[in-house]
Design a binder for this molecule. Sequence first.
Ligand SMILES: Cc1cc2nc3c(=O)[nH]c(=O)nc-3n(C[C@H](O)[C@H](O)[C@H](O)COP(=O)(O)OP(=O)(O)OC[C@H]3O[C@@H](n4cnc5c(N)ncnc54)[C@H](O)[C@@H]3O)c2cc1C
Length: 377
Amino acid sequence: MNMAGDVSQSQDFIIVGAGIVGAMAAYRLASQGYSVLLVDKGPPGGQASRAAAGILSPSAESGPSLPFFELLQRSFLRYPALTQEIEEASHMSVDLDRCGVIQAALDETEETRLQSLYEWQKDRIELQWVTHAEMSELEPDMKHARAAVYAPKEMQVHAPKLVQALVRACHAIGVTSRFGVLVQRLMVQDHRVWGVETNQGRYFAEKAVIIAAGSWAPSLVADLGDDLSLPIKPVRGQVLSLTADTMPMRHIVFAHHRYVVPKPDGRLIVGATEDDSGFDDRVSADGVATLAGSLNYFGPRIRQMHWDTVWAGLRPMAPDGLPVLGPWAGWEGLFIAGGHFRNGILLAAATADIVVDWAQDGTMPPEAFRPERFARS
Ligand SMILES: Cc1cc2nc3c(=O)[nH]c(=O)nc-3n(C[C@H](O)[C@H](O)[C@H](O)COP(=O)(O)OP(=O)(O)OC[C@H]3O[C@@H](n4cnc5c(N)ncnc54)[C@H](O)[C@@H]3O)c2cc1C
């Protein structure tokens, strides 16, 4: 067991899961003066979180839902100051890179979809419509695109470094942690959650237990009765990375449901599949073939790059694809921070704000994201 800090006394909050969501919530709660215990069955860094490409793009990820777009954008705006603060506290760089995001239309259907996306987003964020003729200038390897939407201010981070930096920052401000410790069940009595029972003993929470356990969250609330369900399931994402002496892309580019992400360290990440494979987080031959088959979307030079590696992670997804944020109705002392699916890196900042607001004065998250939407009637 890897441990930091003394937990002989109960903490204000216990957070189950030291991925991006749990680590960010721990950091922000501790910054507000709360005592926090962060527990993970594995090493710090999460499961999905260590696989993520690190894209921070409200424009590409929001879909048609306005509340979701607003949540993404709210989180996005927090990033520059927050990452600077985390870098200072951890003495680590998280490689925040304002590279901009292009969504390229390679056929008429995508051009139509992007046109309507552009129409409703353009008054809300900085966005440009890019014509076929203008593509050669903006991203020469995408000059075959019919048109594109360009968000020049959108960014990326190095996701594994960000979680590592957060955990360091947590320890620097007094968060206690237990890694390699499995939370087996919640300790409950009289509709109140008192703490967690683990394979290494019991830990008590004065205020609440926060479930930030990614794809594993449902098993932790399964015993709480039939009124609510937490239908989060894993969706495997596979990504590969390539290297080259000269990077062919300057921007993050989305095309035909795939993306490429030029990393400041010289790798180009190509992602990502969405596989229904249960809790199997291994790379599949089919996944590699799918990603390799999509290289053609991104121009000629990408095919000349060198193979680096391939990996996979399990995104936690609710049936409506939206995050699940809020206290568990009918129970005191339990908060869910899960279901972040494709955008947990981006959404971690807003999620942590929502957790802190609830901790401070009971402010409820927007209705669209609350667990009650999965109430059994
Ligand atoms: C291939 C891929 C690419 C992605 N790219 C992006 C991207 O570019 N931008 C973006 O914003 N998002 C991206 N995502 C999504 C993002 O990674 C996830 O939404 C996010 O990481 C979820 O974070 P989490 O902390 O909830 O879960 P996780 O990172 O999975 O962490 C959950 C943690 O809980 C722990 N845990 C579970 N059960 C228990 C238990 N009983 N006891 C103790 N510990 C427990 C686990 O060990 C794990 O460490 C990507 C995901 C994948 C897979």
